[in-house]
Write a protein that binds this ligand. Structure first.
Ligand code: ADP
Ligand code: MG
Length: 778
């Protein structure tokens, strides 16, 4: 037993040693474990630091590259957002611009705003869609984060479980260790039963050994498990950390996105709100405008309706009218034919009637014409067909100065037919048909003459003589100046215009001849040989009319033609003499205008002659002993002027014999002086004192010519014969037989314009002369 005791003792010691060793080992292991865990903690710390570094690095890299999908997406969204915001701004700018324009302009008619509005709305809806999409993506991301969080929670749960397991295992091991220690302690406290106990211990130590082995292996296993778990835990922790980090990042991002989204959403809402308001406003405006327009349209419509209502009856009446017109049009050809037939009949009847009336009228017209002619002749006869006018020229430079150039002629303000001449201190008065004072114009003179001129168109012969001393204004009155033409040109102009006026019924031909009588020789001023002397002959047809063979007659149609004729006559006259002025004052110049007319309707033919005569100077030459040609000239002039006086006297006193043949002038003008011809004597006088005696002679001549008409008895008693130029020279105012004062014993004839009623014989002779002139073609 002792031996076994010793052995047990030894065994116990060994076991004790073993337990101490085990304890030491355990402690060492625990120490190891502790250091290991410390080491592990240090490693975890360094890893954490590294992770942080890496995360920072990644963050930096990310910030550099912006790599993750979510970030890319976010950036894209941000860019999109930015773009949308800019677009929105642009839209706002456009909107503002549009509003500004709208304010400036009148509201547009075609509603471009509406279109724009719809565009904007479309864009808004697109943006809303995009926001929706972004929201969906965000929800997806949220889901992903949720999933990851869930997984993390799971991992954490598992980690907790394994930690709890490990804690349990450790608990269990420490419990067993305490049990073992308690067992050892109890064994130590029971030494008296050593042998038995040793045995037991031995038995038990085998078991303990086995248990120890088992526990050691278990311990080994558990340690491995712990290591593994630690590894897993570490990984898990790492994962957790990274997940947490990612989650935090994602959360931050989400927050950011959400905030951004919120803001964008807010902005969008605001913009949408603004746009909505804008839209509403625009719509309202458009609506109100449309309403106004609609109202106007309605009003128009109402007006149109009322118009339509009023038009309907009109339309009905129009339709009715139209129908009746249609009926009329249908019936019209028949009606027309009928009407035409009756109208034709009526017209032919009317034509017949008109024809008859016309015939009757024509007959009456012819009778009236004859009657008118007769009456006219009677009127002319009553008025006197020889009229005497006086014209006083103004005092001129040529009259000189001093008493010789003093004015001796005065007029009666009340009576334009009276003229007073201061002669030898006495005033002698003369009464003519009319007196023209110096200021009378060519126009005024012609006014008084034109009735004579136009009667030439009716077939009368007219003579207009300019009588007076040289320088008294004869040529001025007849020819005038280029600027202020005289009777010649004005008469022809008047004839042209009268003829034109009657052109509808009458056909007229006007021709002109110009002749000169010098020293009783007749010469043609328009002829090819002006120096040739022409003869006056009786017409061979037995009509008793005179004609001048070889006298040139130019047909004239216009004033230009007349001017050419006058010019030609002047040239001819000028080439024939050395001193034209002197020559012209010594010769009679004649312009003979013949007017031949044909009445188209009646076939009546008329011929009238207008003789415009610029007589030679009436001054008395020869008194102072003129000789030779000068004396001959004076004698010829004297003779011809006396002959003119004789003829006029004979005509006026209706003597059976009229001495036409006593001079070339009266012979040539025989036709135009006799019968119902009309004569005008324009007596020209100078008002200068030095010309007084010539003026006196001229005025006496004028008055005598005029007073020829004073009735046959007294005429015969007074003027048995016409005084010659020489006799005129000897007359003094006091002895003047026909002086207006009637102071002469022989001048008992009543002054004024007495009329002698013509005897039946005289009338019949005038009628015969009319017949001679007016012969119808029928
Ligand atoms: P006559 O022909 O009688 O010898 P004129 O006709 O040659 O006289 O006239 C002589 C001058 O007197 C001309 O220079 C003419 O221009 C001028 N004369 C004549 N009568 C008038 C008048 N009524 N008004 C102005 N000047 C006149
Ligand atoms: Mg003259």
């Amino acid at each position: 037993v002792m031996a076994s005791m010793a052995h047990l003792q030894e065994e116990k010691l060994r076991l004790q040693e073993e337990v101490v060793g085990l304890q030491e080992k355990l402690t060492a292991r625990e120490n190891d474990k502790l250091s290991h865990s410390l080491q592990l903690q240090g490693q975890v710390e360094t890893l954490k630091a590294k992770l942080l570094e890496q995360a920072q690095e990644i963050g930096r890299l990310r910030s550099e590259l912006g790599c993750t999908d979510a970030e890319k997406h976010r950036d894209l969204l941000a860019a999109e957002n930015e773009r949308l915001r800019q677009e929105m701004k642009a839209c706002e700018g456009e909107l503002r611009e549009l509003r500004r324009r709208q304010q400036q302009q009148a509201p547009c008619q075609d509603c471009a705003h509406l279109q724009e509005n719809t565009e904007l709305q479309e864009r808004l809806s697109q943006m809303q869609r995009e926001a929706e999409e972004t929201r969906a993506k965000l929800a997806e991301l949220d889901l992903e984060v949720q999933q990851k969080t869930n997984r993390l929670a799971e991992v954490e749960l598992r980690l907790k479980d394994s930690l709890a397991e490990r804690a349990e295992e450790e608990e269990r091991l420490s419990r067993r260790l305490r049990d073992s220690q308690e067992t050892i302690a109890s064994l130590k406290s029971q030494p008296q039963q050593i042998k038995y106990i040793i045995k037991t211990v031995e038995v038990e130590s085998a078991k303990a050994k086995q248990a120890l082995c088992e526990s050691q292996s278990r311990n080994q296993y558990l340690q491995e498990q712990v290591g593994m778990q630690r590894q897993v835990l570490k990984e898990m922790e790492q994962q957790l950390q990274s997940s947490q980090k990612t989650a935090a990042q994602l959360r931050a991002q989400i927050m950011m996105y959400e905030a951004e989204l919120e803001r964008a959403h807010g902005q969008m809402l605001e913009e949408m709100q603004a746009m909505e308001e804008e839209k509403n406003r625009a719509i309202e405006e458009a609506f109100s405008r449309a309403q106004v327009e609609m109202k106007a349209v309605h009003e128009n419509l109402a007006g149109v309706r009322t118009n339509l209502l009023t038009l309907q009856p009109a339309l009905r009446t129009l339709t009715h009218d139209y129908n009746s017109l249609k009926r009329q049009v249908r019936d019209f050809p028949l009606l027309l034919q009928e009407t035409l037939r009756s109208a034709r009949a009526e017209i032919s009847q009317a034509i017949e009637e008109v024809h008859n009336t016309n015939r009757e009228l024509l007959r009456k017209y012819r009778r009236e014409l004859q009657l008118r002619k007769k009456c006219h002749n009677e009127l002319v006869r009553l008025k006197g067909n020889i009229r005497v006018f006086g014209r006083v020229r103004p005092i001129m430079k040529e009259d000189g100065e001093g008493p010789e150039a003093a004015n001796v002629v005065t007029f009666d303000a009340e009576d334009d037919a009276v003229l007073h001449l201061l002669h030898k201190g006495k005033q002698v008065s003369f009464e003519l048909d009319k007196v023209f004072p110096p200021q009378a114009s060519q126009e005024e003179v012609f006014q008084e003459v034109q009735a004579l001129v136009t009667s030439c168109i009716d077939g009368y012969n007219v003579c207009i003589f300019a009588y007076g001393q040289t320088g008294a204004g004869k040529t001025y009155t007849m020819e005038g100046t280029a600027a202020n033409p005289g009777i010649n040109q004005r008469a022809l102009q008047l004839l042209f215009s009268e003829v034109r006026g009657k052109a509808a019924d009458w056909e007229y031909a006007i021709s002109v001849s110009a002749a000169e009588i010098y020293n009783e020789a007749l010469r043609d001023l328009l002829g090819k040989e002006p120096q040739e002397k022409l003869e006056i002959k009786l017409c061979p047809d037995g009509s008793g009319q005179l004609y001048v063979p070889g006298l040139t007659e130019f047909s004239v149609q216009s004033v230009e033609d007349i001017n050419k004729v006058f010019e030609f006559g002047h040239v001819n006259r000028a080439t024939e003499c050395t001193n034209l002025n002197e020559h012209s004052s010594r010769s009679h110049a004649l312009l003979i205008v013949t007017v031949r007319g044909l009445d188209r309707s009646t076939g009546l033919r008329t011929t009238g002659k207008l003789n415009l005569v610029d007589l030679a100077g009436s001054e008395r030459v020869g008194r102072s002993g003129a000789e030779g040609s000068r004396l001959r000239e004076a004698q010829h002039i004297n003779k011809s002027l006396s002959a003119l006086g004789d003829v006029i006297y004979a005509l006026r006193s209706r003597q059976g014999h009229v001495p036409f043949r006593n001079s070339k002038l009266t012979y040539l003008l025989q036709d135009s002086l006799s019968g119902d011809s009309k004569t005008l004597m324009m007596v020209q006088v100078s008002p200068a004192e030095k010309n007084t005696s010539e003026t006196l002679c001229s005025l006496k001549f004028a008055e005598r010519v005029r007073s020829v008409e004073l009735g046959p008895v007294s005429r015969k008693a007074e003027l048995a014969s016409w005084p010659s130029q020489e006799q005129l020279e000897g007359l003094t105012p006091g002895l003047c037989p026909v002086s207006p004062q009637g102071d002469s014993p022989g001048t008992s004839a009543p002054p004024g314009r007495g009329h002698a009623s013509p005897s039946p014989g005289q009338l019949s002779s005038r009628a015969a002369s009319i017949r001679r002139k007016l012969h119808t073609t029928g």
